[in-house]
Design a protein around this ligand. Structure first.
Ligand SMILES: [Zn+2]
Length: 404
């Protein structure tokens, strides 16, 4: 069976073509795979996702490179019959986007080689950005930005991009950016006066078509430097999104977009200081609360003072502070609870000279709350979801103390 002639090899801007159907097979998904004698559809490969489009009006949702068999066009809906002539159409917006990312990658990868002798090891076009993994040993934002700047200059110089089909022997005489991954005749992509590399993908006619290249982020990954970038329309989309977020945050501060970082840093500092003040005030409040509760202490036959209560609108941390303030007094046991949103919390504590095992009491109380808890004989914490049983749980602990 003759393999598919790949029209995209010669013209990356060809979006309409006619071809003959040479094979039709059903896919497990229920869709149909159509093989043509020629195609302008680029199949998934080399880090670049496949084209989509239509064959005689039916959706082509994906194209797969099946090697010798050619390119499989996965068609959704009515599929053409074998030996018929079909009209194919590529989704241009998607093709242009992929060409911009892919050509942008050629340029950016060569910029890292030229400036830092750092070759690219892998490349991926993702949903809304792209990634390259580079052998760059000590990356900094400044270093990455220098490569991005060189790449953009090459874009704006609008250099011609040429395709050369050469033999392996001819290629061996040339300086290529990366080793060819296949044997035999090679397809070389030349960016005039800048880059020469073997590649089977779709590229812009001239570098200007890439528009611009912007770095989103970089990180160390698997011993290499991973650079996330966007090119062409993706760069504009990303700029719009970043600008919108920045302006929304700036509006919250009633400041200009570019003063936002300074205002945010100031707010974080103020917040830290406020937290410190709140903690200090909570200590005071816990002391006041402890003094109030202390008045209502029950006294057991052996003289132990038992303070039990449920506090409202407080959290478990505050409960602990109150308990600590209470057990600073001798012969004292504090059995405190608090209702948070969907959970009841308990803190049981006793002074060093009081009797009773808070750990045991806590386990018994938490069983009533359908929860769990525990700790040491002098201090235990716990809680559970059965919020309505909170008072019962504390009463249970008081009763157990009375029995012992
Ligand atoms: Zn390429």
């Amino acid at each position: 069976m003759p393999t598919t002639e790949r029209l995209y090899y010669n013209d990356s801007h060809l979006i309409e073509f006619e071809a003959r159907v040479i094979d039709v097979t059903e896919r497990v998904s229920g869709w149909t795979a159509v093989v043509l004698d020629r195609t302008a559809f680029y199949p998934t490969g080399g880090g670049q996702p496949s084209d989509t489009g239509t064959l005689n009006g039916s959706r082509v949702v994906e194209c797969i490179d099946d090697g010798e068999r050619g390119v499989l066009h996965v068609v959704q809906g009515f599929a053409p019959a074998r030996e018929t002539i079909v009209a194919g159409r590529i989704d241009w917006a998607r093709r242009l986007d992929h060409m911009q990312q892919h050509t942008g990658q050629h340029i950016l990868s060569q910029a890292f080689v030229k400036l830092f002798n750092a070759p690219t090891k892998s490349f991926r076009v993702l949903e809304s950005s792209c990634e390259i993994d580079i052998e760059l040993n000590s990356p900094t934002t400044e270093i990455v930005e220098r490569a991005v700047e060189l790449a953009n200059n090459v874009v704006w110089e609008d250099r011609a991009i040429a395709i050369h089909n050469v033999t392996a022997a001819e290629a061996a005489e040339m300086t290529l950016r990366k080793e060819p991954s296949r044997e035999g005749e090679l397809r070389l992509i030349e960016i005039e006066g800048f880059d020469l590399t073997p590649c089977g993908g779709t590229h812009a006619y001239r570098t200007g078509e890439v528009g611009m290249i912007a770095m989103r982020s970089w990180e160390r990954a698997k011993g290499m430097t991973r650079v996330e970038f966007v090119a062409g329309t993706r760069a504009l989309t990303d700029y719009r999104r970043a600008n919108r977020s920045a302006r929304e945050v700036a509006a919250l501060f009633s400041c200009g977009r570019d003063d936002m970082a300074q205002h945010a840093a100031q707010l974080v500092e103020e917040n830290k200081e406020l937290r410190r003040q709140v903690r200090a005030l909570e200590e005071v409040a816990a002391g006041v609360e402890a003094a109030r509760l202390s008045v209502s202490a029950a006294t057991l036959t052996d003289g132990t003072r038992v303070i039990s209560d449920v506090l409202e609108n407080r959290d478990a941390e505050f409960l602990k502070k109150v308990a600590h303030a209470l057990i600073a007094h001798p012969h004292t046991i504090a059995l405190l609870g608090v209702r948070e949103k969907d959970a009841a919390k308990l803190v049981f504590a006793r002074s060093a000279d009081a009797r009773g095992d808070m750990n045991v009491l806590m386990r018994e109380a938490c069983a009533l709350l359908d929860g769990r808890g525990g700790g040491k004989p002098d201090m235990a914490q716990g809680g559970g979801k059965n919020v309505v049983k909170l008072e019962d749980a504390i009463d249970r602990a008081v009763a157990l103390l009375g029995q012992s």
